[in-house]
Write a protein that binds this ligand. Structure first.
Ligand code: NAP
Length: 220
């Protein structure tokens, strides 16, 4: 599969490394252009780099891994008909305040899905630290295999991402639709905590929407 990646930071690079190791192709892009990504290409053997439009067109599946404040810059028309993986999290300190999120009226993925009405958005990769993505990947049936939460409205896109996660070293737990994806957003019990499938199901069920963990315990 060809995977386009918008955002060549910690998460974009970690996902590129894993999908290439699993036999897929990956093209990364950032806001400044491919001429700024020589270290990405040399650091991830087999990776390709391009403009945002290049990566969007290249990918049968496209990962968006950028600071949430820039989500409206994602090129909707190049992503029509595609599965879009959303790794973004909301940090008002970084992204500025988004009132509907502050009021718990929507989810970060619903915002992206509204911006991309002709794509199938899947929330995934937001609830694991980039360094853990690389370190915690395990072969199928390994006793310490970690599970990652996913959410989507489109069952086919969800199935595709569950298969991709399995290939790169993770189990998946279906948390429901994009409107339910708050269950593994920032500061919820399933957020960036290593859990197996059963533990993750318990953590997702235990989430309370308007409860935030203490500020010091938040992760990226
Ligand atoms: N780091 C983690 O462990 C982690 C874990 C889970 C989820 N996340 C979430 O994933 C997202 C990315 O995090 P990160 O840590 O990978 O960020 P990062 O290391 O700061 O990298 C951000 C990347 O996004 C690019 N970018 C910024 N604005 C862009 C735009 N408008 N269009 C295209 N590319 C753009 C940047 O390129 P330029 O430098 O050229 O602007 C950079 O390559 C965030 O929403 C974060 O909350 C992070």
């Amino acid at each position: 599969m060809r995977i386009g990646i918008i955002g060549a930071g910690f998460i974009g690079r970690a996902v590129a490394q894993l999908v290439i190791a699993a036999g897929h192709e990956a093209m990364l892009s950032n806001s400044r252009g491919p001429q700024t990504m020589s270290s990405v290409r040399s650091g991830i053997p087999g990776s390709q780099v391009g403009t945002i439009e290049d990566a969007a067109q290249f990918g049968e599946v496209v990962l968006v891994a950028i600071p949430l404040e820039h989500y409206r810059s994602v090129p909707a028309r190049w992503l029509e008909g595609k599965t879009v993986l959303d790794a973004n999290n909301y940090y008002p300190e970084r992204d500025g305040h988004i009132a509907a999120l502050d009021r718990f009226e929507t989810t970060t993925s619903r915002l992206l899905a509204e911006h991309l009405p002709h794509s199938s958005v899947v929330k995934v990769f937001n609830a694991i630290l980039a360094q853990d993505l690389v370190q915690d990947a395990r072969p199928k049936a390994a006793p310490d295999r970690r599970a990652l939460p996913i959410a989507a409205d489109d069952p086919a896109a969800k199935a595709l991402v569950i298969k991709l996660l399995d290939e790169i070293g993770f189990d998946a737990v279906d948390a429901g639709s994009l409107d339910e994806s708050w269950r593994f957003e920032r500061a919820k019990p399933a957020y960036c905590i290593p859990l197996d499938k059963e533990g993750l199901k318990v953590a997702l069920a235990a989430a309370h929407r308007q409860v935030e963990l203490p500020e010091g315990s938040w992760r990226r």
